[in-house]
Write a protein that binds this ligand. Structure first.
Ligand SMILES: [Zn+2]
Length: 325
């Protein structure tokens, strides 16, 4: 079907599309969505796809786009009256473009019910533009959906990020990436683009090795928390690296081929699936939480995280001994 055609070059988008379809079915689609991913990951494709699902008139507001109706053909031609596409002129998205989009969202839809605004590379909004968008994100008009895309969501105002549902688009690249990276010893076949920094930049590669060393030490002696806590607080990438270790350990345990063996993954693979899953979920939750906190709260959250991880891993070890008796 359409979906397959549009994603044949970017098959990873099909999973994202499926999740979005479910939200549409359940009428739980958020009013503001931010698709974040590296250039080429398809953030724009998925935003366009979702706009079509929302605007197709044949299958109703929440059905799947037919590709045949007037709305669908207008979309293909790039002139659907209920879709506004905002992109940077020169290097920025100015406040006027956002004001126009806001005005558009106040009006009634012309063809169906939904109105959609796509803001391409939203991180290019000037501060004035971002502030103008905030109000619309805070007080949505009926049937209006704001779809933002970005290549670097960290460059967006925190207030914009917190009012959108963030969907990370992560194409797997594995072998392809392996062939042209600086530190190819750091990569396995399941690496994806979230690893790019530590693979392409030697400084970051060294930081990653340092991180691994301290993490391995902590795993061996988990009651010395200080250095590990400090590392997680100071190194902005540490939480993501930690999460990657837990997900790699889950795959390692399930005997996926091609996983890079390291002291760390071998050590983590001793933990039960359930424990790994719990640690991983905890890390994702904490990362999300941290994006919204000030510096003061941050160290508290990290300290609690380390204690929680220690407890999860400690309980697992006790359980292991009890099972063997
Ligand atoms: Zn249609």
């Amino acid at each position: 079907m359409m979906q397959d055609n549009s994603f044949s070059q970017k098959r990873w988008l099909a999973d994202v599309a499926q999740q979005l379809s479910q939200l549409l079915d359940q009428q739980r689609l958020p009013h503001g969505i931010l698709f974040n991913g590296h250039p080429g990951s398809g953030t724009q494709d998925i935003a366009q796809w979702l706009a079509q699902q929302l605007l197709c008139t044949t299958n109703g507001l929440w059905g799947e786009a037919c590709g045949q109706c007037k709305a669908c053909s207008l979309l293909r031609a790039g002139n659907h009256p209920d879709l506004v596409h905002v992109a940077a002129e020169k290097a920025h998205i100015g406040v006027d473009s956002i004001r126009q989009a806001n005005q558009f969202l106040i009006k009634k839809a012309q063809l169906g019910q939904a109105k959609v605004v796509i803001i391409e590379q939203a991180e290019l909004m000037t501060e004035a533009a971002a502030n103008a968008l905030l109000k619309t994100l805070e007080e949505p008009t009926a049937y209006s959906v704001l779809l933002l895309t970005s290549h670097d969501s960290d460059r967006l105002l925190a207030t914009i990020r917190s009012r959108c549902t963030l969907i990370d688009i992560r194409p797997p690249v594995g072998q392809q990436l392996k062939e042209n990276v600086v530190a190819s010893q750091l990569i396995d076949d399941y690496s994806n683009m979230s690893h790019l920094a530590q693979l392409q930049n030697e400084v970051v590669a060294q930081e990653f090795i340092d991180f691994e060393t301290i993490f391995a030490q902590w795993l061996a002696t988990p009651y010395f928390n200080e250095e590990f806590t400090e590392l997680l607080t100071e190194q902005p990438k540490a939480l993501a690296w930690l999460a990657q270790h837990f997900s790699a350990a889950m795959r390692f345990k399930n005997q996926w081929q091609g996983i890079r063996e390291s002291v760390v993954s071998a050590e983590l693979a001793k933990l039960s699936d359930e424990c790994l899953q719990q640690c991983y979920t905890l890390l994702l939750m904490v990362s999300r939480q941290l994006k919204q906190l000030t510096q003061v709260n941050k160290s508290f959250v990290i300290e609690s995280l380390v204690i929680d991880l220690q407890k999860l891993i400690g309980d697992n070890a006790k359980q292991g001994k009890a099972d063997r008796k």
